[in-house]
Design a protein around this ligand. Structure first.
Ligand SMILES: [Zn+2]
Length: 362
C-alpha cells in the first residue's frame, strides 16, 4: 500500500467521523427536520439515518444535500475536525433550551469555519482574555479586567467593540431570526466570540450586552447542562460585571454617580449615561449594588424615570447608533486580497453559505 492510498484512507476515516457533526450543523442552520431534509435532498428517510451514523453521501445524494441546505458540497467533504464551540453562554426565557442551544452552536460552528480560515489575519488574543479569575465576585473581576485591558481608573470606554477587538475578542452579527436574545457568547475555535442580535441595535443596549457577555466569557464555563438556579446566578454575575466594567472605578467618578442618584437631576444622570453608555435605569441599579441607596428609593426613582421618559423620546449620547465590529471583516478582506480571492469565494472555500459570512461581517 503506498502513501497516497494511506492518506486517502485516513481522510475517508476522518470524513466519516466528522460528517455527522457537519450534517447536524447544516440541518440546524437550514431549519429542516429530518423528514424534510430527506425530501428536499431527494433521498429516502433511511439515507438520513445512515448519514447520521457516518455514511458519507456521494454523487446525486451529496448534490441533493447541498441543494437542500444551501451549503457547498465541499463543506460535507471536509476531513478536518469541525470547529469547537465551547462554554456557550445564552439566556432565553421562553424557548426550548435544547433547540436554542443547538441553533447557537450551529451558528457558532460557521463562525468557527471562518475563524479557522482567516486565523493568521485576526488580532492576537490578549493574555487578559486568558486570565481565569479565582474569585466569583463580579465587581472585583470587572475592575481587574479593566486594569488588564489597560484602562485607567477614571477612563470611560468610548467604544467597547473596538476595545475588545483589539484584545482579540470577536464580535459578530448573529442570525437574523433570533429575536428573543440580545446576544450570546462562546469560545469558538479557542477564540472568545460575542454574537449580537442585529435586531436589537441600540447603542446603550448593545454596550451593556457586550460587557455582559464579556463577563460570561471571563467568569463562566457556559450554561449548557446547568440548573436554572445556576443559570440565573450567572446572569446576575454577568450583569454586575457589565455595570462595574462600564463605570470607571475611580472614586471621583463613583461620587458623581452617587450625587447624580441622590439629587436625581435628570441632567446629571444623563451625563453619567453619556460617559458610561449605560442607561439611567442601569445606573440606578448600580447605585443599589454599591449600597448607595436602598431598594425602595431606587424603585421609586426608576418608576419616576420611566414615567417621565416615554420610549418615543430617547435620551443619551448616540442612542440609535450601533458600534460596528470590524476585526473579522478586516481579516476576511485581507485574507481575500492576499489569496487573490474575494470574501464570497473565501466563504465557499471555508465551506459555508456566502450569505452567512456576509451577515457576520456586514
Ligand atoms: Zn447572560
Amino acid at each position: 500500500m503506498n502513501e497516497t492510498i494511506d492518506s486517502e484512507l485516513f481522510d475517508d476515516a476522518n470524513r466519516a467521523l466528522h460528517f455527522p457533526i457537519r450534517l447536524e450543523v447544516a440541518r440546524c442552520i437550514s431549519d429542516l427536520q429530518n423528514k424534510e431534509l430527506a425530501e428536499d435532498s431527494g433521498v429516502g428517510p433511511r439515507a438520513v439515518s445512515n448519514w447520521k451514523r457516518g455514511v458519507v453521501p456521494h454523487g446525486s445524494s451529496l448534490r441533493g444535500l447541498a441543494g437542500a441546505t444551501g451549503f457547498p458540497e465541499h463543506y460535507f467533504m471536509k476531513s478536518t475536525p469541525p470547529p469547537t464551540v465551547d462554554r456557550l453562554n445564552y439566556f432565553v426565557r421562553t424557548a426550548t433550551p435544547n433547540y436554542v442551544r443547538d441553533r447557537f452552536t450551529a451558528y457558532g460552528s460557521l463562525v468557527g469555519e471562518i475563524v479557522e480560515s482567516v486565523r493568521d489575519y485576526l488580532p492576537e488574543l490578549s493574555p487578559a482574555l486568558m486570565w481565569s479569575p479565582t474569585t466569583r465576585a463580579a465587581d472585583h473581576v470587572a475592575i481587574e479586567m479593566r486594569l488588564r485591558l489597560g484602562l485607567a481608573e477614571e477612563q470611560t470606554i468610548d467604544s467597547i467593540v473596538a476595545l475588545l477587538e483589539r484584545s482579540g475578542v470577536l464580535v459578530v452579527n448573529g442570525p437574523d431570526e433570533r429575536k428573543q436574545v440580545d446576544g450570546y457568547s462562546a469560545w469558538i475555535s479557542d477564540r472568545p466570540v460575542i454574537v449580537l442580535n442585529p435586531h436589537r441595535g441600540e447603542l446603550l443596549r448593545s454596550r451593556k450586552t457586550i460587557a455582559h457577555e464579556l463577563g460570561h466569557l471571563v467568569m463562566h464555563d457556559g450554561v449548557a447542562g446547568k440548573t436554572a438556579k445556576v443559570v440565573q446566578q450567572r446572569e446576575k454575575e454577568a450583569d454586575r460585571f457589565a455595570r462595574s466594567f462600564l463605570i470607571p472605578p475611580a472614586p471621583a467618578f463613583r461620587r458623581r454617580v452617587q450625587q447624580a442618584v441622590r439629587t436625581y437631576g435628570w441632567v446629571a444622570l444623563e451625563g453619567v449615561q453619556a460617559n458610561t453608555g449605560i442607561s439611567v435605569t442601569e445606573i440606578l441599579t448600580y447605585a443599589l449594588h454599591l449600597g448607595l441607596e436602598d431598594m425602595q428609593f431606587i424603585e421609586k426613582r426608576a418608576i419616576a424615570w420611566s414615567a417621565d421618559h416615554s420610549t418615543s423620546h430617547r435620551h443619551g449620547a448616540g442612542t440609535g447608533f450601533v458600534e460596528r465590529p470590524s476585526a473579522l471583516r478586516e481579516a476576511v478582506n485581507r485574507a481575500a486580497e492576499d489569496r487573490r480571492s474575494t470574501p464570497e469565494l473565501l466563504a465557499r472555500e471555508a465551506g459555508i453559505p456566502t450569505k452567512f459570512m456576509l451577515r457576520m461581517i456586514e
